[in-house]
Design a protein around this ligand. Structure first.
Ligand code: TMP
Length: 233
C-alpha cells in the first residue's frame, strides 16, 4: 500500500500582495471574533500565505502561548470547575497569561523586527468579560495597560458573523461533552460578545478592522487581504 495515495493534495498557499509582505516585518496583528466566526480557519490560511511569501509569522495564541499561559488556559477553560469563577478573577487570569506572552514572546519578536500574529488579545477580554460578562470597560483597559506595558497592536482584524451563522458553524461542537466553559454560555451571551466587537470597530476605526466572516471561506480571505493592505501597506 502506498501510504500517501489517499491523502488529498494540499491546497497551494495563497499569494500575498508584495506590498503587504513588505509591510509585515515588525508589525503586530491580532485576529479576533466571536466563537464560530471562522477566525481559526482564516488564521491558518493566512499563516501559510505569509510563510509562502517569506514572512513567517511568530504565532501566539490566547489564552496560552507560553508554558505558564497554557496552565492558565487549562484553569480557565476546564469544565470540571467545581465553582463558578468570579468575573474579575477570570479577567485577571486572561491578563496574567497575556503579560507573560508579551514579555516572553511578543515584545522580543517585535524588537527583532519579526511579524507577530496573535490569535486573540485585549479585544477578546473587552468583548467576552466586558460586553459579554458585564465587567466595566475602564477596569479592563486599566488591567490591560499593566499586562501589556502599553503595547498595542498595529491592526486588530475582527471577523464579524451573525449569531445564526456562528451557531450553525458551532453546532457539531456543541453536542455531547465538547462544550467548553465559554461556548456553553448561550446565545444571549454570544450576542453581547458580537456587539462588544462591533462597538470596538466603531470606537477605534483606524486599528480595529471589520471583515465579514459570514461569507464563504474564499470571499472572507479576499476581504482579509484587502483590509490588511488598506491598513498596513
Ligand atoms: P479559542 O481558542 O477557540 O479562540 O477560544 C478561547 C476562548 O476564550 C473563547 O471562547 C474566548 C475566550 N476568551 C475570553 O473570554 N477572554 C479573553 O481575554 C480571551 C483571550 C479569550
Amino acid at each position: 500500500m502506498t501510504p500517501n495515495a489517499e491523502k488529498p493534495a494540499a491546497a497551494r498557499p495563497d499569494d500575498l500582495p508584495p506590498e503587504l509582505a513588505r509591510a509585515l516585518p515588525g508589525k503586530f496583528v491580532v485576529f479576533e471574533g466571536p466563537d464560530g466566526s471562522g477566525k481559526s480557519t482564516q488564521l491558518a490560511r493566512f499563516v501559510r500565505a505569509c510563510q509562502h511569501a517569506g514572512v513567517p509569522p511568530v504565532e501566539v495564541r490566547e489564552p496560552g502561548g507560553t508554558e505558564v499561559g497554557e496552565r492558565i488556559r487549562r484553569a480557565l477553560l476546564d469544565h470540571l470547575d467545581r465553582e463558578e469563577m468570579a468575573l474579575r478573577c477570570e479577567m485577571l487570569l486572561y491578563m496574567a497569561s497575556r503579560a507573560q506572552l508579551v514579555e516572553q514572546t511578543i515584545r522580543p519578536s517585535l524588537t527583532a523586527n519579526k511579524f507577530v500574529l496573535a490569535d486573540r488579545f485585549v479585544s477578546s477580554t473587552l468583548a467576552y468579560q466586558g460586553a459579554g460578562g458585564g465587567l466595566p470597560e475602564d477596569q479592563i483597559l486599566d488591567a490591560a495597560r499593566i499586562a501589556t506595558g502599553n503595547l498595542e497592536p498595529d491592526a486588530v482584524v475582527i471577523f464579524d458573523v451573525d449569531e445564526r451563522t456562528a451557531a450553525q458553524r458551532l453546532n457539531p461542537l456543541l453536542r455531547g461533552d465538547n462544550l467548553d466553559r465559554m461556548e456553553s454560555k448561550g446565545a444571549e451571551f454570544q450576542r453581547r460578545v458580537r456587539q462588544g466587537y462591533l462597538d470596538q470597530i466603531a470606537r477605534w476605526p483606524d486599528t480595529h478592522l471589520c471583515v465579514d466572516g459570514s461569507q464563504d471561506e474564499d470571499a472572507v480571505f479576499s476581504d482579509l487581504i484587502a483590509t490588511l493592505v488598506g491598513a498596513l501597506a
